[in-house]
Design a protein around this ligand. Structure first.
Ligand code: ADP
Ligand code: MG
Length: 496
């Protein structure tokens, strides 16, 4: 592949003015920094260290404050939200008087590009992932090429290997895998692939998996960008190019992956986005997008753009059901055990977390991290009691709350726009039958009432009718994602 595109992007990439900082620093400071980095590396592990800390620099040491900088806002916010305490801790062990870390984004300055891709300090995917029989490590320098094009950093843990497939994400997963497996020149099946879901349901995970896996083969380039990165890096780089260089650059991208599209703001950015998207799609390149809402709800985009986005494959990922939560937890424990062989979580505890912690993948991760931290710090085995204590605040409020059958009937009636009397009546029209079945199903799953008792409370029906309703809904829920979601929502409403 020609180096033109990299050249084009790098020449205007936002880079730092490092050299000035470094002259102020004494040798001891730099040595300290080296030791802190070493400590960090040991604490967080190679992969994470290289993904997030390799490009961090020491700017100054002042009284109780350590001033550090990173090249992008994304790195900054990621480190702040995930590693602030760890970083401070490492500094404190090196230099006791430290109480504050100041992290900044290195200021923008145009610096001539590095003529070649840097030798790789690559975050290796932890489990030697393979795709189509390719060892992904051979596809390195994945992230060098990726970053050369101005991509956002990839988290080495977010791969297809670690993505658990369940009812709510089967289709999204299959589509993403299809995209990742395509070869340069293959016909594009759906374009763009547009995945939407609520917070913490796996969008970023799936998109980064595409980016990791998609760079298989020497001439295939997948570029993963957050909308933020698209706005502040990519667009700026594009603007500085001539039309020819722009086209040249785009030609180097086989798959453009954009995360969190809902954050794309500003008229001119959107114009650039439309331009990029159209150019890529028209020349048969794949575009993958994730957002927290469907295309039609992206109010700030113009109508034509929305319909273009909706014109490919739009897939929704639903809430993580209990089963999926359990599987994710199991996979996480297995992964954690690679580094912490003593970490053992009894099935009862996993079941408890899967049942009680909210539907968001982040909270699941948080819950397990706490158990891990606790068990490492105290050296004590994980027990149900400990788990209940550690994850209390991640649990839906006052659970298990007692739910009354009347309440279920009221909430369901409201949801389906029928009256409570309709639910209890003997009417058998479809618009009443389904809500009634849903209500019976909820009565069975959320209360301890027996089938005959539920039957009585639904206008004196027989217990076999209730059983039929419960089975019916159970079946439907396993194939109908939107019904499953509706029911999850109703449950949540009732339990809060
Ligand atoms: P989103 O981008 O939709 O807000 P993320 O992709 O960041 O969500 O997911 C949040 C957390 O949940 C991450 O740690 C992710 O790995 C985990 N997660 C979500 N869905 C799955 C899944 N199907 N399998 C494994 N982990 C998942
Ligand atoms: Mg995300």
């Amino acid at each position: 592949m020609s180096l033109v595109p990299q050249t084009a992007f790098n020449s205007t990439a936002i880079v730092d003015t490092v050299d000035q900082h470094e002259t102020k620093m004494t040798n001891t400071d730099q040595e300290r920094w080296l030791r802190v980095k070493e400590r960090l590396r040991v604490e967080v592990g190679e992969d994470i260290y290289f993904s997030w800390f390799a490009r961090m620099e020491l700017d100054a040491i002042e009284a109780d404050t350590i001033k550090l900088s990173v090249p992008t806002r994304f790195l900054k916010s990621w480190i702040q939200s995930h590693y602030a305490e760890k970083l401070l801790g490492c500094w404190q062990s090196e230099r006791g008087e430290t109480t504050r870390i100041e992290l900044t984004v290195r200021s923008a300055a145009i610096r001539p590009l590095q003529p070649k891709l840097k030798p790789v300090e690559v975050p290796l995917p932890p489990r030697e992932p393979k795709l189509n029989g390719h060892d992904l490590r051979l596809a390195m320098p994945i992230s060098a090429a990726h970053e050369g094009l101005g991509g956002s950093p990839l988290d080495p843990r977010l791969t297809f290997e670690s993505f658990v497939v369940g009812r709510s994400n089967t289709l999204a997963h299959a589509a993403a895998l299809q995209v990742a497996r395509a070869r340069r020149g293959d016909a594009v099946m759906f374009n763009p692939l547009y995945i939407h879901a609520g917070v913490g349901l796996g969008k970023t995970h799936l998109l980064q998996a595409v980016a990791w896996a998609g760079n298989v083969g020497p001439d295939r380039k997948v570029l993963y960008l957050t909308a933020e990165k698209f706005m502040y890096g990519f667009v700026a780089a594009l603007r500085a190019q001539t039309a020819i260089a722009f086209k040249e650059a785009l030609r180097a991208i086989d798959v453009l992956v954009i995360d969190d599209l809902q954050f794309l703001q500003g008229k001119s950015t959107q114009a650039e986005f439309c331009h990029t998207l159209n150019a890529l799609i028209d020349s048969g390149r794949q575009v993958v997008i994730a957002s927290d809402r469907p295309p039609a709800d992206l109010e700030s985009l113009d109508e034509r753009m929305r319909s273009r986005l909706a014109g490919g494959l739009v897939v929704e990922m639903g809430a993580l059901g209990e089963e999926l939560r359990l599987e994710i937890l199991k996979a996480r424990v297995a992964a954690a055990r690679l580094h912490h062989p003593g970490f053992d979580v009894p099935p009862g505890v996993l079941g408890f977390i899967a049942k009680s912690v909210t539907h968001n993948g982040r909270d699941l991760e948080g819950a397990l991290n706490r158990l891990l931290a606790h068990s490492k710090l105290t050296g004590q085995p994980v027990t149900l009691e400990m788990a209940e204590r550690e994850v209390r605040d991640l649990i839906r409020p006052q659970e298990p709350r007692r739910v009354k059958i009347e309440e279920i009937q009221r909430v369901v009636a409201r949801q389906y726009n029928v009256s409570r009397a309709d639910l209890l009546s003997s009417r058998r029209t479809a618009n009443v039958v389904r809500p009634r079945q849903v209500a019976m199903y909820l009565a069975k799953t959320l209360t301890l009432r027996s089938l005959p008792e539920i039957g009585r409370r639904f206008g004196g029906r027989d217990h076999t009718t209730v059983l039929h309703a419960v089975r019916k809904i159970e079946n439907l829920v396993s194939s109908d994602v939107s019904l499953a979601e509706e029911i999850e929502l109703l449950k949540r409403q009732l339990q809060e």
